[in-house]
Write a protein that binds this ligand. Sequence first.
Ligand code: SAM
Length: 248
Amino acid sequence: KLSKRLQLILDQIPQGSRLADIGSDHALLPVAAVECGAAVQAIAGEVNQGPFEAAAKQVKESGMEDCIQVRRGDGLEVLSAGEADVITIAGMGGSLIAAILDRGIGKLEGVRRLVLQPNVGEDILRKWLLAHEWVLIDEFILEEDGKIYEVLVAEPERPGGPVTNEEIYSQRAIAGKVSLSAEWLLRMGPWLIRDAGTVFHDKWKSEIGKMNQILKSLSRSDQDTAKGKAAEIRADIEFIEEVLACLP
Ligand code: SAM
């Protein structure tokens, strides 16, 4: 059975897709995608030997070698342009995912959807998508085994698309009270704020906890740079608390 996290990613793959799962590790996602018809064919990309072998083994055991190819290589270099219409990249940092997309930008031609699950650095990835005309069409947040994950779904910006980045990043006020800058929308997630539930609250309470830890260590220094940094963090905490207080 797939984890809740991988199942949520799988749910974002339209039926009948040609899937590429980059950093596939055990190839659990492509196998499940072919099994349920979300993918008609799939490529599992892996840069490291161990996970590459684990993926190959999994595909062999599932008897799906005809429709899932396991390829060894860095990021999108395992793909030829036009080979995939959905790309999933999950379980890495947002900056690594952004770097993979950046280095392989030519391979994104013809790709209709990206489903990305950064473990950290979600804002870096949202910024990358915005800068490269990928529209963030939806976002999810979930908790599993005490960890919180975010899943970002993006499609190329096109006339007649479901929504535009301009619309997404221009709706700034929460409950007519706090006004969010573009920077904060990128940090918190424009869709996640809209539908903020318990997990969203938990994530930002935990972020405040981490920030308080940093404040504690900064308070041991009396350098001006530390004081400046501490003031910035205190302002961020205050703002996050204000946002949380306005949300349902
Ligand atoms: N995607 C799976 C998931 O979400 O459960 C596995 C995540 S695992 C934590 C990250 C995987 O990405 C590792 O197997 C690692 O070898 C692979 N990886 C890291 N950098 C990569 C790159 N540049 N290209 C391809 N795979 C990469």
